[in-house]
Design a protein around this ligand. Structure first.
Ligand SMILES: [Zn+2]
Length: 250
């Protein structure tokens, strides 16, 4: 027998109330803190407090109809489908604090949280970013990853994936694993010239994939990304490549 509509609505209202009480109670027992400044969050805040959030400078590149500074950075260097950066990086800003925390203070959760917020923005522009199938974090050298314990770009990508259709792949593009050919090169300049070769590809990982996005934490000169992109396009000339960076230092 079906319950009357009013009874159903009452039941939904009560279950929502109970859920809210449960969340509030949990907050009292285990108060969560801001992932940036570590001050206690009040109820309703999502991982970052209002003060830190107000100090973040967003680029809004995802809504640009004209070319962004990130697009222009790669002009004449790489053939890209699209680019986007979420934050403006400035010295002595909260974005600098955030990036520092992500990179050097073990704040993997903050990287994933900002990645998720970035992904929410990207999801609003389906015509530009909706066809991205695989997110590829710019790899760290294994030694660096071992010391840091994680690759911050990987966590940014995990966050982006939460809000988009794309999946994360960390085995297609790797760094510095097969360095034998480099160390054998006696000439210092030849070795330097070979820097673009420190990235390695496993193309079997991208069978049938048409559009990938390289994910980075902060773009300054873009030379690391340029090396990755050139390497990928040499082997997969038809693949579409988008650059997604949490921040841009421009
Ligand atoms: Zn804060």
């Amino acid at each position: 027998m079906r319950e009357p509509f009013q009874t159903q609505t009452k039941a939904i209202k009560w279950s929502k109330k109970i859920l809210r009480w449960k969340e509030d109670l949990l907050h009292l027992v285990y108060p969560s803190s801001c992932l940036c400044c570590e001050k206690e969050l009040t109820i309703g805040m999502r991982n970052i407090c209002d003060i830190c959030d107000a100090n973040i400078r967003y680029t809004y590149f995802e809504n640009f109809s004209e070319h962004s500074t990130l697009d222009k950075l790669f002009w004449g260097r790489c053939n890209l489908t699209s680019t986007c950066a979420f934050l403006h990086f400035e010295q002595d800003s909260s974005t600098q604090q955030i990036l520092h925390a992500i990179k050097y203070r073990g704040k993997k959760d903050l990287a994933a949280e900002l990645g998720a917020r970035f992904g929410e923005r990207l999801a609003q522009n389906q015509s530009k970013f909706g066809s991205i199938e695989v997110l590829i974090p710019v790899p760290l050298h294994p030694k660096k990853k071992f010391i840091r314990g994680y690759n911050q770009s990987e966590y940014i990508a995990i966050g982006i994936a939460k809000s988009t259709q794309a999946t994360v792949n960390t085995t297609f593009l790797t760094k510095g694993v097969h360095t034998e050919s480099q160390t054998k090169k006696a000439n210092r300049f030849l070795r330097w010239d070979n820097v673009s070769d420190v990235f390695h590809l496993d193309i079997s990982e991208l069978n049938g994939v048409k559009h990938i996005a390289l994910v980075d934490d902060v773009v300054t000169t873009g030379s690391t990304l340029e090396s990755c992109i050139q390497k990928i396009q040499k082997v997969l000339p038809d693949i579409q490549i988008t650059v997604l960076s949490l921040a841009i230092a421009k």
